[in-house]
Design a protein around this ligand. Structure first.
Ligand code: 3H9
Length: 690
C-alpha cells in the first residue's frame, strides 16, 4: 500500500498497520493511505473484520503537531474517523504503548478497543493549548461518562489499560502478542455477528449526567486555569456532548478547535513541546556515554535530600554523605517522612516506598563514595567549602566518575581547576524541592568532557527531569535572569508599590505567584546569606531578615502567615517599613500601575535573556524558555521569556526598555544588541541566530 500503512489478511480478518516512526503520528502521508485502506476493506466482501494496529514502540500518539498552523491537507482525521465508524463490520483498535490525542480518537472510531496491559490512553491536547479536535470530546463521554471524560480531557493525563477497562474505554486487556489477541477477538465478534454499535450511538450513560455537579467542577477548573483558554474549552466541549445532538456537538468541538489552534496560547504551548525536546539535544550526541550504576550525594539537607530522592525515584542506588551521624539521621528521617506522606496521599504504594527506601545507603566517610559513578555535592554555597569537598573527591572517587556541584551561582571553572580531573567536573543545578521540580540546569564547564555531559543529559531524562545545558556565568541562566527581575521588584516597593500589588500584577499576567510570595516560600534567608557573601544589599529584604522574618517558615516575611497557613496576609508593619526606608532614601511614594510593574520586572528579565544568548551561555532562545517555564513558573500560555516578545513585538519591548533607561539610568534597561537586531530585522526567534 504505502510505507506508512500496510494491510495483511489473516483468515478474513484484515490487519491495517500504521508505521510512521517515531510515534506513529497521523501525518498526511499516513492519513491518505489509511483512508484508502479503510474504504477498500469496507467494500471487500472477503474481509469479515478489521484490526487497526501500529508498528514500533507505540500506537498512534496523536495528530502530527508539526502540521498545526499550516493549511489542513485532506483527508483530515475527522473524515477518517467518520468513514471508520460507518463500516458495517466489526472494527478493533489494538493499542500498545500510548494511544494519545488523535490516536485515541482514531481508536474511538472503532467498535472495540483492546489493549496491551502496559498501554496508556489519553487526550493530552490541552497541554498543547488545544482540545481534542477529532471527535474525542463527543465520543469519550459516551464510553466513560461525562464527568470522567472531562477530568481526563481537562487534565490531559493518560490512564492505564486496566483503569480504561474498568471505565468502559477498553473492551479487553491482553498479555502477550497483542495483534494475535486482537485478531482472535475480532474474529469471534464477526463469527457471533455482533453486537457492535458505533460509539456515536452509545449515548445511554449521557442521560445520567448530573449537570449541576458537572458545572460545579467545570467552574473550579476554569478558576484554576489561570487565564488559559484550552481547559475551559475542553470542559465546554464535553458539556456539549451531553446537551447537544451528536453532530451538533461535533461541529461545536470543531469550531473550538479551529479557534484554539490559531491562538497565541496554543502556539506558545506547541513551541514549548518542541523546545523541551530540542533542549535535550547535544551536538555529537552519538558519543559513548559513561555507565552510571550508583550515585553519591553530599549533603542531606533540603537540597541534597531532594536530589537523593530524585535518583532513588528513578531507580538508582544512592550513597548519602553527611558530616555527622546526627545530620545524616536527620536527613534520612526527612526522606522517610516525605515518602510516608506520599503513601498517605495515595501517590505512592507501600511496596514502592519500601523499594525506594532500600536504595539509600548513609555514610559520614568520603571513602564510601569510591564506588559511585556520579557524585553530586549539595553543600553550603561557599567556594572554599566546595573546593575542600572536591579535593576530597579527587582523592576517593573512582577514575571516570562524574563530579558535579549543585551550586546556584559559583564559578564551576574555578572548582574544576582546583582538582586533577577537570574533565569530569560539571554543574547539576536542581531546583527545590529537587524530587518534585522538573527543571535541571546542566552546567558545562570549560573543560567538561563531551561524554560526561552526554551522560548526565541522558540520565536527567531517565529520572524524569527536563534538562537544559547552559554555560558558566554567575547564576547561570535562571538565577541570572531572576536577579535582573529582583532588583526592580525591590525598587518598585521603594517607589510606592506594595508587595501584594506587585504580586497581583504577576498573577494577573499568569504567573502562579509573584516575586514576594515566591521569596517567602523559598526562604528569604537564602538570598540574604548569598548577598552578604557577595557584599550586596537589598534594603527591604535585608531589613526583614534582620528581624528574623524569613518567610513562610517563620510565619512572617513580606507577608504574615497565621497558624502555619500558607495564605499570605498583607502586613501593615512591612508596608510601614517600606515607607520608612523610602523616606530615608528621599523617595516620595507614588501610585504605580500594573503595566509599569510588568514592564520594569519582565522586560529586564527578557533583556538579560538576550544577553545570555549573545554570550553563548544558552545555545538556543528556546532553552531559556524551557528554564523559565519549568523552573520559575513563567506562564506556559506565553511560551517563555524569549518566545513572548515575538507575540507582543520585540520593537515594543525595546521602546519601553529605552524609556525606562532614560528615566532611571539603570543598566538592566539598556537593550541587548541581539534584542535590537531582532527588533530591527522584524524576526523574533533569537535562537536561530544565536
Ligand atoms: C492531536 O492529536 C489533535 C487532535 O485531537 C485533533 C486533530 C485534528 N507529532 O516525546 P519524545 C516527536 S494533538 C509530531 O521524545 P517519548 C517528538 O517531537 C497531539 N511529532 O518520545 C520527538 O521528535 P525528535 C496529541 C511528535 O518516548 C519524537 O517524536 N498528542 C509527536 O519520550 C519522540 O518524542 C500528544 O500531545 C506528535 N504528535 O514520548 C502526544 N509526538 O526526536 C505528544 C512526539 O525529533 N507526544 N513527536 O525530538 C508525547 O507525549 C510523547 O512524544 C510520547 C512519547 C509519550 C508519545
Amino acid at each position: 500500500m504505502s510505507n506508512s500503512v500496510s494491510v495483511a489478511n489473516e483468515g478474513g480478518v484484515a490487519i491495517v498497520t500504521i508505521d510512521n516512526p517515531p510515534v506513529n503520528a497521523l501525518s498526511f502521508h499516513v492519513r491518505e493511505p489509511l483512508l484508502q485502506a479503510l474504504v477498500a476493506l469496507r467494500d471487500d466482501a472477503s474481509v469479515s473484520a478489521i484490526v487497526i494496529a501500529c508498528a514500533g514502540r507505540t500506537f498512534v500518539a496523536g495528530a502530527d503537531i508539526t502540521e498545526f498552523g499550516k493549511p489542513v491537507q485532506q483527508p483530515d482525521l475527522r473524515a477518517i474517523v467518520a468513514t471508520l465508524e460507518a463500516i458495517a463490520k466489526p472494527t478493533v483498535a489494538a493499542i500498545h504503548g500510548t494511544a494519545l490525542g488523535g490516536g485515541l480518537e482514531l481508536a474511538l472510531g472503532c467498535h472495540f478497543r483492546v489493549a496491551d496491559q502496559g498501554a496508556k490512553l489519553g487526550l493530552p491536547e490541552v497541554k498543547l493549548g488545544l482540545l481534542p479536535g477529532g471527535g474525542g470530546t463527543v465520543r469519550l463521554p459516551r464510553l466513560v461518562g461525562a464527568l470522567k471524560a472531562m477530568r481526563m480531557i481537562v487534565s490531559g493525563t493518560p490512564i492505564g489499560a486496566q483503569e480504561a477497562h474498568g471505565a468502559g474505554l477498553v473492551d479487553a486487556v491482553f498479555e502477550g502478542d497483542l495483534t494475535t489477541h486482537a485478531v482472535n477477538f475480532a474474529r469471534e465478534i464477526a463469527r457471533k455477528g455482533g453486537p457492535f454499535t458505533p460509539v456515536r450511538e452509545r449515548d445511554e450513560s449521557l442521560g445520567e449526567t448530573d449537570l449541576a455537579a458537572f458545572d460545579a467542577e467545570a467552574a473550579d477548573l476554569a478558576r484554576n486555569a489561570r487565564g488559559l483558554e484550552a481547559p475551559v474549552a475542553c470542559a465546554q466541549a464535553v458539556r456539549n456532548a451531553v446537551t447537544l445532538p451528536f453532530d451538533e456537538a461535533l461541529a461545536a468541538e470543531r469550531a473550538l478547535f479551529v479557534k484554539l489552534v490559531a491562538s497565541d496560547q496554543s502556539r506558545a504551548q506547541r513551541h514549548l513541546f518542541f523546545a523541551e525536546r530540542e533542549a535535550a539535544k547535544l551536538p555529537g550526541r552519538d558519543v559513548v556515554k559513561r555507565r552510571i550504576s550508583r550515585v553519591g550525594v553530599i549533603g542531606a539537607g533540603t537540597m541534597g535530600g531532594g536530589i537523593a530522592m530524585a535518583f532513588a525515584n528513578g531507580g538508582y542506588p544512592v550513597t548519602l554523605l553527611e558530616t555527622s551521624h546526627e545530620a545524616l539521621q536527620r536527613g534520612l528521617a526527612t526522606i522517610e517522612k516525605n515518602y510516608a506522606v506520599s503513601v498517605t496521599r495515595g501517590s505512592l504504594s507501600e511496596d514502592a516506598r519500601q523499594q525506594r527506601l532500600g536504595q539509600f545507603k548513609g555514610s559520614i566517610d568520603h571513602a564510601d563514595l569510591g564506588d559511585c559513578d556520579l557524585i553530586i555535592e549539595a553543600a553550603f554555597e561557599d567556594m572554599a567549602v566546595k573546593k575542600e569537598i572536591f579535593g576530597k573527591l579527587d582523592a576517593v572517587a573512582k577514575p571516570g566518575a562524574i563530579l558535579a556541584t549543585n551550586t546556584s551561582y559559583l564559578d564551576i571553572d574555578e572548582i574544576a581547576a582546583s582538582i586533577s580531573r577537570p574533565q569530569d567536573v560539571l554543574g547539576l543545578h536542581f531546583f527545590s524541592p529537587a524530587n518534585v521540580m522538573k527543571l535541571l540546569e546542566i552546567v558545562r564547564a570549560e573543560k567538561t568532557a563531551p561524554d560526561a555531559l552526554a551522560t548526565v543529559v541522558d540520565l536527567a531524562r531517565r529520572i524524569g527531569k527536563v534538562a537544559v545545558v547552559v554555560g558558566v556565568c554567575h547564576g547561570f541562566v535562571g538565577n541570572r535572569m531572576l536577579a535582573a527581575r529582583g532588583s526592580e521588584s525591590e525598587a518598585l516597593l521603594l517607589e510606592g508599590a506594595t508587595p501584594s500589588q506587585i504580586d497581583k500584577a504577576f498573577t494577573d499576567f499568569g504567573w502562579p505567584m509573584g516575586p514576594f510570595q515566591m521569596g517567602d516560600l523559598a526562604g528569604l534567608d537564602i538570598g540574604w546569606r548569598n548577598r552578604k557573601a557577595r557584599g550586596l544589599t537589598a534594603v527591604i529584604a535585608d531589613s526583614l531578615c534582620e528581624q528574623g522574618r524569613f518567610g513562610q517558615k517563620t510565619g512572617r516575611g513580606f507577608y504574615l502567615y497565621e497558624n502555619g497557613s500558607r495564605t499570605p496576609i498583607p502586613d501593615p508593619e512591612v508596608e510601614a517599613l517600606i515607607r520608612d526606608k523610602a523616606a530615608e532614601k528621599g523617595i516620595a511614594p507614588r501610585t504605580i500601575a500594573a503595566d509599569e510593574i510588568i514592564e520594569r520586572t519582565l522586560y529586564p528579565l527578557i533583556n538579560e535573556g538576550a544577553k545570555i544568548l549573545e554570550e553563548g551561555i544558552a545555545a538556543r532562545a528556546s532553552d531559556i524558555d524551557v528554564v523559565w517555564v519549568n523552573g520559575y513558573g513563567f506562564p506556559i500560555g506565553k511560551g517563555g521569556p524569549m518566545f513572548w516578545p515575538g507575540l507582543v513585538g520585540a520593537g515594543k519591548i525595546i521602546e519601553r526598555l529605552e524609556y525606562w533607561l532614560e528615566r532611571t539610568g539603570k543598566d538592566v534597561f539598556k537593550p541587548a544588541s541581539l534584542l535590537k537586531r531582532m527588533a530591527e530585522s522584524g524576526s523574533w526567534e533569537a535562537g536561530s541566530t544565536a
